[in-house]
Design a protein around this ligand. Sequence first.
Ligand SMILES: *Cc1c(COP(=O)(O)O)cnc(C)c1O
Length: 390
Amino acid sequence: MSSNDNKPPFLVFAAPDIQEPEIAEVEACLRSGWLGTGPRVARFEADFAAYKNVGANLVAGVNSCTAAMHVSMVAANLEPGSEVITTPLTFCATVNSILHADLVPVLADVDASSQNIDPDAIEAAITPRTRAILPVHFAGRPCDMDRIMAIARKHDLMVIEDCAHAIETEYRGRKAGTFGDFGCFSFYVTKNVVTGEGGMIVGRDASLIARARMLALHGMSKDAWHRFSDKGYKHYQVVECGFKYNMMDLQAAIGLHQLARVENNWLRRRELWEMYEQALADLPIGLPAIAEADTRHAHHLYTVMVDPALCGVDRDSFLDRMNAQGVGTGVHYQSVAEHPYYRERLGWDPDRWPNARKIGQQTVSLPISSKLSDSDLERVTKAAAHSLAG
Ligand SMILES: *Cc1c(COP(=O)(O)O)cnc(C)c1O
């Protein structure tokens, strides 16, 4: 035996919380012989609609949040070259989906404290070509939807909410994803509800959702998945050039049981969040701003700021030290304006969005999976203290 055997196992960042009910459901799905889009997707959509308090005709399951955002913007029929205002503090998929829809992403900086898109910056970024706003509820903290919706009404803009972090998020008693024309959710392995890969669109207008659903399945006329069922063969018609974005029953089999536990998992993450607040209070790192009144934070990410002037260590060395102590961390996010593709194609200079740039240089996400035990969390906070001490 090597001395390494005494070390506790590496603590994986954002480990999915998979349990027996979804394992059994996946097996049942396999044994049923129906793996593709079918009855389990329909059930998962109905359950998600119920969770969001919207009609079942206002949701559409797809195979990722990226697909959800892309197909929503295509369904919205915005003329090519229109500008869509979004945040620089997001995953590249947000910006890619805008480009895939033949639209032009325009960045508006985040608020330094909430780390969400700043409504004043949105207003300053509006041009005669602006057609939509794509806010991201960062880390699960709701954006200022009163102001964003007021700006959208004033300038006649569509709103597409990136809710990849925000399944449980609420703003003034209303659920994230139900403010805009479209709300787009992710069930990727690190998210709060997991299907492996998967996504959901929530909408306000049944005809737009129907179009998004059709576009997500090759542009085939409705209910094409019924064509191989026992109701007899049905001809389908292609009415648009769509995409291959449909969700499978195999994915929904996982999601059904994940969604059933979404509130329990949220309660556990809230507990972990409060434990972090206490355990880290005396360290020189910056902690997340407290949740605004009359909102519900999804507690998807617990992000701290490592300012080298206060901590005596830079962020990347802090990440290395955490890793050396067996603790996985994440970075959400380097400003999207840093990436070479966007700099070249769109001429972005990250200094134009200084709050996002600074956050991107200092932020660290600590593990906050509902799978984390109290002693796991203690390992993380001890490792953090040790990483700062040098
Ligand atoms: C994960 C994520 C996405 C992409 O979700 P997928 O389901 O992987 O396509 C988009 N936006 C944000 C903010 C995310 O965190």
